[in-house]
Design a protein around this ligand. Structure first.
Ligand code: NAP
Length: 311
């Protein structure tokens, strides 16, 4: 069966992909977004959107997603609710293999984002969904009035701990050093919480429990001592890794797998662009993902149609 023709394929329906779709569509292309889940990406898991101009303070991420969906509907941007399994280059264009179909696209914007890193310790994989979680907003409610642990010392870990402090009896924030790397205002808020205890210089060695999380074995790195904590859940927030596996043979990535682009979001391959958390970038924020999506969308338009865009 011949492949269906598309002028621009966007893989990933987070803020970067959606922004790319809006800009390229308004410029005159007919983009199609492929997203295996619902649209919204990491926004779906953000408690409140801060640091974004002209958004009311404490706007829930999900509300932001609602507005984005309305925008896409108004512009009639096409969305295919399937994952892309493989991408190949051919003489006629870029071949996109989705779960159920094959498409031939003239250009491609990769906006696949990033996923949470794992600790790689005993009990972690076995107890995912049974107390081990990577998302406090999704799972925190199940541990109402219980003691829980959060692992990590960055913005995500502190935000997870803050969110859980409103639901859970006690939150242990376990960090491998004696300093957090989270932003100052988040740290300040964290330190003001009576039910959050910082466990410094400590790693998690093992998560245990019969059918559900019952506790963690910790190692204090300074005293070289093991400690046992009883907790009902462990929220892991130790950073993210890019979702770029299927593109590594096509475009250049750095040693961590982030796609390398220039400032116009061009990858090493003509007519392929990358934006958002899957791209090597200095600042991982909603606003930078949105602006990179806009640039990628307009770059694709410019390269496909040969039209001048003011730089
Ligand atoms: P991150 O900033 O990379 O922080 C990861 C944290 O986990 C660090 O404290 C790190 O410890 C610790 N860690 C890493 N590997 C570990 C391991 N194997 N065992 C124990 N601890 C480990 O990651 P993130 O907090 O997920 O944030 C990712 C990006 O999104 C960042 O650029 C962040 O600024 C951004 N973000 C921003 C916001 C916001 O602006 N509100 C919210 C969330 C995320 P060390 O400190 O010792 O390295």
């Amino acid at each position: 069966m011949p492949a269906k023709n598309i002028d621009l394929t966007i893989i990933g329906g987070g803020i970067a992909g959606i922004s790319a779709a809006i800009y390229s569509h308004r410029a005159g292309l007919n983009p199609i977004i492929f997203e295996k889940n619902v649209l919204g990406g990491q926004l779906l898991y953000i408690d409140t959107v801060d640091n974004y101009p002209a958004v009311y303070p404490h706007t829930p991420g999900i509300k932001f997603v609602d507005v984005l969906n309305s925008t896409l509907q108004e512009f009639k941007v096409n969305f295919i609710n399937e994952s892309v399994e493989k991408v190949e280059l051919s003489d006629n264009g870029i071949v996109i293999y989705s779960e159920n179909d094959t498409y031939l696209s003239q250009a491609l914007i990769i906006a696949t984002g990033a996923k949470p890193k794992r600790l790689g310790i005993e009990g972690e994989d076995l107890l995912i969904g049974k107390g081990v979680s990577f998302c406090a907003i999704c799972d925190g409610f199940f541990f109402k009035d219980k003691d829980v642990a959060v692992v990590g010392g960055g913005n995500s870990a502190v935000e997870e701990a803050l969110y859980l402090s409103h639901i859970c009896k006690k939150v242990y924030l376990i960090h491998r050093r004696d300093k957090l790397r989270a932003l100052d205002y988040l740290q300040k808020e964290l330190f003001s919480k009576n039910n959050v205890e910082l466990v410094w210089n400590t790693t998690v060695e093992k998560i245990y429990g019969e059918g559900r999380v019952e506790g963690v074995v910790l190692k204090n790195l300074v005293e070289d001592k093991k400690i046992n904590f009883s907790v009902s859940a462990v929220f892991i927030a130790i950073g993210i890794e890019p979702v770029t596996e299927i593109f590594k043979s096509i475009v250049d990535t750095d040693r961590d797998g982030y796609i390398i682009t220039d400032e116009w979001m061009h990858t090493s391959r003509k007519l392929i662009y990358a934006c958002g958390d899957c791209r090597r970038r200095p600042l991982r924020q909603l606003i930078t993902a949105a602006s990179e999506g806009a640039i990628a969308g307009l770059s694709a338009y410019k390269d496909l149609r040969g039209n001048y865009i003011s730089q």
